[in-house]
Ligand binder design. Sequence first.
Ligand SMILES: [Zn+2]
Length: 415
Amino acid sequence: MLAAMPLSPSRTVAELKELRELTGDENGAQRVAWTETWERARAWLREKLDELPLEHEIDEAGNQWWTLRGSSDRSVLIGGHIDSVPNGGWLDGALNVVAGVEVMRRLAEDGEPAATVRLVDWADEEGARFGRSLFGSSAAAGSMADQAELRERRDADGVALPDALGEHGVDLDRALEARRQLEGAAAYLELHIEQGPVLEAMELPLGVVLGTFGVERHQITFRGQAAHAGSTPMDRRRDALAGAAKLELEIREIAKRTGDGAVCTMGGVVTRPGIVTSVVETAECLLDQRHLDAAKLAEMLSNAEAASRRFAQEEDVEVEWERIWNIEPILFDEGLIELADEAVREVAGRSHRLPSGPLHDAAEVARAGVPTVMLFVQSLRGLSHTKLEDTKEEHLELSVQALDRLTTKALEAFG
Ligand SMILES: [Zn+2]
């Protein structure tokens, strides 16, 4: 039977532009979660799916679900997030859901699928307003364990997180009830822009994601002695900034030596007293280290720790480490990686497997034990979280086709 409504990848591109018009301005996308613009985007999404025979619900964490019942209760999930950072790009998160809409249209037209298919728009992936990423997906995954802390969080205007969520019908105390959504999930598929420069450098439109990097984040404080910049001889100083500066250069060598995509970043150093007439007494550094291999990540951390103690000794200062946050590497499902590879080769000729530096909702779903895979589509100049974020339209269209192929393959495997 010829489908009356075949897949139309160009419609996805047109709809993404429509969404950009509706929810962006001259500075970029403004779909920050728990705001009116975000609600406008979510309502727009509902309208797009209105005419299809889907069940719709919003769960206790604010995640929005559309379900196409299949002959089996087991479900294949397609996910994304319509929220953006302030002044964000038009594709981060939105491509995933809008491409998912197109796949749902094609499936609904083809009649009852072999397994149930569900599209989810995760709530607050970016954490832009309250600094808490992956809100909805971590609730559904059951890994959210920081409600006590979230209750105290406030945005830049002093609005408490529970109050902001309440305005959008979400009760923080009940968010974890969203866990039931992943029951019976056989596979989770997510398409996303790469947000990095790897595929563009390889001249490949699409790639398959192996998993998300493990992350170690620490605050490292070097403590010396404030002393007068004029009266303290150079060999008598206990300069905390000297320790921090040596460490910043060393973490780059550590990442280089470790290889396999290792990255280390010192994202900030705050010095005190921070005046031109004093030797630095304290230097607080923020360090972020990432790797796909847990053992290598642990090794990078211990190398950085050892180096910091060596530099502290050399500079006659003290050093103290405090973990801010960490997450283990999350590896995607091998079977689904194979299927994704096939799908990419079918639509683009060549495929490539790569890790993801940024975290994604897919990592939370995989953590909950649902077999998961992601597809990346090339990002131009590797830019994201800026209005300059872009992807060639022909590549966007290929990505919709690849997601559609992958969904079909997952339905065959799990239906
Ligand atoms: Zn995203």
